[in-house]
Design a binder for this molecule. Structure first.
Ligand SMILES: [Zn+2]
Length: 251
């Protein structure tokens, strides 16, 4: 089985940067979008993922840099591909209200082109050969991370935005983790409920990750290599994800 990741945005919010959270994850016949930051539909097309190929979207929380790209994405997909199967959208409580109020305000009715399912912490959903579990996170608003298990023992964990929280027993082959700040800015990480790169390295060791991708990185760090070195003190196989980083694995 082939598994791939396309990072479509990897930064924390910043005026002038087109780098908001979104990752396309493909495993066998399943194609998921993790978060949906601004401009995501254009980036999907740019990396060769047609909107008609997308089956599901997992939203972590209702901060704009993770969710506003969903509005134009749904609208474009619905208008372009009328007879497609519905796009399944999963996320925390409040997601359905956000989407219905947004579409109402825009005089747009997606009809049955979308199916929304709000998840509770620890709830599991089966999507084809994937099992998705909602992981409780610790952020300024209700936030869910996701562990996505593929048969044959591979799992991708997507934990952002959050303070370090990985539950006991969580195992991740690849971990994508909030690394908004450096350890030298720990106070800011605590104040805004994010994680430092060093802490992400510790979490990656705890969950047995083979690869750690630092993610949701503040633009104050021009040199992301600095954050990689910090995390590598605890987890050598660490990389700071960049927009359009592509990872392809065969299991
Ligand atoms: Zn957030």
């Amino acid at each position: 089985m082939r598994v791939s990741l396309s990072f479509l945005g990897t930064g924390a919010p910043d005026v002038g940067l087109d780098d908001m959270s979104a990752v396309a994850f493909r495993a066998s016949s399943s194609l998921l979008l993790l978060d949906s930051g601004e401009g995501v539909q254009h980036k999907l097309v740019r990396v060769g993922v047609g909107l008609n190929k997308l089956g599901s979207v997992l939203i972590t929380h209702l901060h704009s840099d993770h969710v506003v790209g969903l509005i134009p994405l749904v609208q474009t997909r619905t208008l372009m591909f009328k007879s497609l199967r519905p796009l399944s959208i999963y996320g925390p409580p409040g997601l359905e209200k956000f989407l219905s109020e947004s579409f109402n305000s825009l005089y747009f009715d997606p009809g049955n082109a979308i199916e929304i399912q709000e998840l509770r912490e620890h709830e599991e959903v089966r999507l084809g050969e994937l099992t998705i579990k909602a992981e409780p996170l610790d952020h300024t608003v209700i936030t869910l991370g996701y562990s996505i298990s593929v048969d044959r023992g591979f799992s991708l964990c997507y934990l952002t935005d959050t303070r370090p929280t990985a539950r006991d027993g969580l195992r991740c082959s690849i971990l994508i983790h909030d690394s908004t700040f450096s350890w030298v800015d720990l106070e800011k990480a605590v104040e805004f409920k994010h994680t430092t790169a060093l802490e992400a390295g510790i979490i990656a060791s705890k969950v047995g990750a083979k690869l750690l991708f630092l993610y949701h990185i503040s633009s104050r760090y021009r040199d992301r290599g600095f954050l990689e070195s910090e995390a590598r003190r605890f987890h050598p196989h660490t990389y700071a994800a960049e927009k359009y980083t592509y990872v392809n694995l065969s299991l």
